[in-house]
Design a protein around this ligand. Structure first.
Ligand SMILES: Cc1ncc(COP(=O)(O)O)c(C=O)c1O
Length: 425
């Protein structure tokens, strides 16, 4: 086809758009079979629920059933799935019975990514500020920048926890610089988070809720729990912000997904919103975007959950990631990286190792280290992408999600070989 060279006058949104790092990382991995990717957050093909999906589709195809699932559905999602989601959350560890999640406050989204976008679109204008943790989910940072929103990290301790002692100055400066009214939301990645696999302890969560009120930053809180189900030995004990009184007076949005724990390809996620008007606005925006998440995909998940098959599936998924985390840990510990000043924690859930290289090392995109890894056939996520301020540059996220076990050990070996070669620029 002849390329059209007509010059286009793009909208501000169109002009701000850049290629998401995630699509670039995914392409590199898909385009080059030799390259082993520890970068993109793909799940493991061997845990994908092929049989469960087949059985669900067979049940759905029964002659007794109306094929409503092949019809457009509703914008908010299938009534049966909304109930399944609410029941699932109410039964999650730590949730308080008096704070029931109700199906009326649940909506289904095209992955939790869409819900994040709806949340930001409904709350923020270009120039507004969203508070985030350091580090945080880098695709969320890109999403914000695409909308012209400025993500700002809360002061952090070296272990990734919030540095409450620096909060008074932090808020004072932020308000002075931008105006209090520009601070629009707080985004919290609280269970086996991306990229650090850190979970937020209940005391810290409570203190965060109090800090927002104390510093007169009563903004909506978005709790992203994408990895909550992916624990290895036990569910993380902290309840969600829906069960903590410190957040009671703040608008709350809890986001979960069926992509990571069930089937990434179905791309079904969900949100629960405590604030009816906010929920309504997000749903109107969703109406503009797609007026409903794939009904068929939702019906599959609803059927699997109604048949009681989801918990058993999760057991298998967890066992697989627990073993893969162990393998990657073994490969890392078997190297000389610790002696060379690198450090990391053994994850207790999720899909990632978060590695800290010695101070002064640059692992960012395009750095000599990154190029050496590519030349050695391995890809990782440079840690600076996961920090709103783009610093420090001596961190890397390694995912043990996608690669088969043998390849995982090999890929980790390729990475540690570069680190051991003393590539320090
Ligand atoms: C922390 C976090 N939130 C949200 C998402 C979006 O996931 P999905 O749209 O597949 O539900 C991801 C995906 O990697 C993630 O890591």
């Amino acid at each position: 086809m002849k390329e059209c060279s007509h010059s286009l006058s793009f909208s501000q949104l169109g002009r701000r758009a850049t290629e998401p790092v995630i699509t670039d990382l995914m392409h590199r991995a898909l385009d080059n079979a030799e390259l082993l990717s520890l970068a993109a957050g793909f799940t493991d093909n061997i845990t994908l629920p092929v049989e469960l999906v087949q059985c669900a589709v067979n049940r759905m195809g029964s002659e007794l059933r109306e094929p409503d699932y092949l019809q457009y559905g509703t914008n908010r999602g299938r009534a049966g799935l909304l109930i399944e989601v609410a029941n699932w959350l109410n039964a999650s560890r730590g949730e308080v019975a008096s704070e029931r999640f109700s199906p009326e406050s649940v909506f289904i989204s095209n992955g939790s990514q869409q819900a994040l976008y709806l949340a930001m679109q409904s709350l923020c204008d270009a120039g507004d500020i969203v508070l985030v943790q350091q580090p945080t989910y880098f695709v969320f940072l890109e999403l914000c920048r695409g909308l012209g929103i400025r993500p700002v990290s809360l002061p952090a301790l070296p272990d990734g926890g919030t540095d409450f002692s620096r909060l008074p100055d932090f808020f004072l400066k932020l308000k002075r610089e931008y105006g209090a009214e520009r601070i629009k939301a707080f985004y919290l990645n609280s269970y086996f988070g991306n990229p650090s696999s850190r979970s937020v302890p209940v005391e810290e969560k409570r203190a965060l809720g109090r800090a927002l009120i104390d510093h007169a930053v009563s903004v909506p809180v978005i709790e992203d729990a994408a990895y909550r189900e992916l624990w290895f030995s036990q569910p993380y004990p902290a309840p969600s912000i829906f069960s903590l009184p410190e957040f009671e007076h703040l608008p709350r949005l809890y986001l979960g997904t069926f992509t990571k724990p069930f089937a990434t390809g179905l791309k079904v996620g969900y949100g629960v919103c405590s604030h009816p008007q906010w929920l309504e606005r997000m749903l109107w925006l969703k109406g503009h975007q797609d007026f409903g998440t794939s009904n068929f995909n939702q019906a599959i998940i609803e059927d699997v959950m109604a048949a009681g098959e989801y918990p058993g599936h999760l057991e298998r998924v967890r066992a697989n990631y627990r073993e893969k985390a162990r393998l990657m840990g073994e490969a890392l510990e078997g190297s000389t990286l610790r002696e060379r000043g690198w450090s990391w924690q053994q994850p207790e859930g999720g899909l990632y190792y978060w590695l800290r290289a010695p101070e002064g090392m640059d692992l960012s995109m395009g750095s000599a280290f990154c190029e050496a890894c590519l030349a050695n056939g391995v890809l990782y996520v440079p840690g600076d992408l996961c920090v709103a301020e783009g610093e420090p540059k001596n961190f890397a996220r390694l995912s043990f999600g996608a690669l088969a076990r043998e390849k995982l050990t090999e890929a980790t070996g390729r990475f540690t070989a570069v680190a051991e070669s003393g590539c320090r620029e």
